[in-house]
Design a binder for this molecule. Structure first.
Ligand SMILES: O=C(O)CCC(=O)C(=O)O
Length: 282
């Protein structure tokens, strides 16, 4: 039985990220892959072609309110929720939402980076009991993996990246309530950047306030990744500026609204809860 040590718990708290080699056995990895494939076959309203004229393929989808049955097995039959609970040292864990990425390098050219960003400016949630489990179905060396600015989950919350084709720092809201993202990629030496070489079965767990960005996918290579997001007892509603709520309202249909929108309606500072979120531990 795999368990989180006190040193790992502390490392997650301090640095915001933890690499857990071979956390998932083959059966669990297959459940994760089945969930990923469901998302690819069932695009939701969040499905986006992020390639934007760049070489290769960069596709993503997230927060499909219809995903919950397809994600039940990966949430209930793998060790992940138990590990997250141990990391927070709290019993209760809820599944927040899923995100899938498919990146394919062109024959001769790599597929573009995932811009540096934090997840929280996009989401109506805050707290320490938050975690993203990032799973790659391909082996990746450090240079092609997800990168993090160590400890940035305890620093400034920046405006989101608009994922603009020409400028990664172009703000999502731009109303000045959150500072604009720095150009981390152009000034890498100024940041303590960490990444991990990963094998299928590894999981990288990080806090969603971390500055992170995906390295380019090399020519001729494919990278399929699944991010599972979880929240726990201390999670609170955090209203974001500008069009966040409009954007969230686009997630789901009138009769199938993502529970994130319902939780958001509880108002700023309220405990982030909705019965639509599957409780996966505790
Ligand atoms: O896999 C990637 O390139 C990006 C992942 C990411 O941004 C996330 O999971 O929040």
């Amino acid at each position: 039985m795999k368990t989180i040590t006190q040193a790992q718990r502390q490392q997650f708290k301090d640095s915001g990220v933890l690499h857990l080699p071979q956390l998932l056995d083959d059966a669990s990895l297959q459940l994760a892959r089945a969930a990923y494939e469901w998302s690819l076959s069932n695009p939701g309203r969040g499905a986006t072609n992020l390639t934007q004229g760049a070489p290769g393929t960069f596709y993503g989808d997230l927060a499909n309110p219809k995903c919950f049955p397809a994600y039940e097995a990966v949430n209930n039959k793998t060790i992940l929720p138990q590990i997250i609970s141990q990391l927070w040292d709290k019993p209760e864990v809820w599944f927040l939402y899923e995100q899938v990425f498919l990146k394919v390098g062109d024959v001769n050219e790599m597929a573009k980076r995932t811009p540096w960003h934090q997840d929280l400016p996009y989401l109506p949630i805050e707290g320490m009991d938050l975690a993203v489990a990032w799973i790659s179905f391909e082996s990746l060396d450090k240079q092609a993996s997800l990168e993090f600015v160590v400890g940035s989950h305890r620093g400034t919350l920046f405006d989101g990246s608009r994922f603009d084709a020409d400028d990664d720092t172009l703000p999502l809201y731009g109303d000045g309530s959150l500072p604009r993202l720095p150009d981390i990629e152009a000034n890498r030496v100024d940041y303590k950047i960490i990444s991990f070489s990963v094998q299928p079965g590894d999981v990288v767990i990080f806090h969603p306030a971390m500055l992170h960005g995906g390295a380019p996918t090399p020519a001729g290579k494919t990278r399929r990744t699944l991010s599972l997001r979880f929240f726990g007892a201390d999670a609170k509603v955090a209203l974001r500026p500008g069009d966040t709520m409009e954007r969230l309202a686009k997630i789901g249909t009138a009769d199938n609204i993502h529970p994130m929108i319902k939780a958001k309606n509880l108002g700023s500072g309220a405990a982030f809860r909705d019965p639509g979120f599957p409780k996966v531990h505790g």
